[in-house]
Design a protein around this ligand. Structure first.
Ligand code: FE2
Ligand code: FE2
Length: 242
């Protein structure tokens, strides 16, 4: 690969799944901010484009550790991966971290008032994510699977009640932006998940788990925004153009 700073972060993340780990580490937004070019994204994150490119080249030569190739997998396989890996994890962690936030707040809230903001932000994130994932599981994903099944049988899919897949996709992407903003605010409230000197085990566990939750949600949104949704929109357009 030659250095091309006009390539978007989204394209790089799709081309080499390992790139997302580098972007995560360098705080380069690759899910909701994936439309930025690499040059702009590096400037926003305050890192040198040359250094990032070197890391991307290394990761491009390393085999991906992912079990499926997101570019060639069927949409049904992609949906299954998102549900099994990300929806299950998000639901489990929301429940665990809600209880843990409560506990840490009650013990350390007086000395660390920022924890009250962390608790409120995390609760807002959960309030948004629960119905969001429900809509994906009950409405959007089943339609995408039916669409692909109809295409493979060379049949015309039943028209969806929402008109076109573009409508729920637009809504889901808008909700992803809101979630992304809440994650940014959480990072700010926790000073990049920096633990104070007097942090107990629960406090440390909470910050470590919240940072892992952020990383998983970034990857989850990336798979939907940058891979699943564009491929579903394209498939529907092809069917409707026949
Ligand atoms: Fe999802
Ligand atoms: Fe989503």
């Amino acid at each position: 690969m030659t250095l091309d700073t006009s390539t978007t972060v989204r394209e790089l993340a799709v081309r080499a799944p390992g790139a997302t780990r580098i972007f995560e580490k360098l705080k380069i937004d690759y899910c909701c901010g994936g439309a930025r070019t690499l040059g702009v994204a590096c400037a926003v994150a305050g890192v040198k484009t040359d250094d990032v490119w070197k890391l991307l080249e290394e990761v491009g030569q390393t085999a991906s550790s992912e079990t499926i190739d997101f570019q060639t997998a069927s949409l049904t396989e992609l949906v299954k991966h998102i549900l099994d890996k990300h929806h299950v994890f998000t639901k489990e962690e929301m429940e665990r971290l809600d209880a843990l936030t409560e506990k840490v707040c009650s013990v350390h809230g007086q000395n660390h008032p920022e924890l009250l903001r962390v608790k409120s932000l995390f609760q807002s994130l959960c309030v948004d994510l629960k119905p969001h994932m429900f809509k994906e599981e009950q409405v959007l994903f089943p339609y995408i699977i039916r669409l692909e099944e109809a295409v493979s049988r060379k049949q015309t899919p039943m028209p969806p009640p929402f008109g076109t897949v573009r409508n729920p996709v637009r809504m889901m992407m808008f909700e992803h932006d809101t979630a992304g903003e809440l994650l940014r605010e959480l990072r700010e409230a926790t000073s990049d998940y920096t633990m104070p000197a007097d942090a107990c085990i629960s406090y440390r566990t909470l910050y470590q788990a919240m940072e892992a939750f952020e990383q998983d949600l970034h990857q989850h949104i990336h798979l939907e925004n940058n891979i699943l949704f564009p491929r579903a929109v394209e498939m529907e357009s092809l069917v409707n153009s026949v």
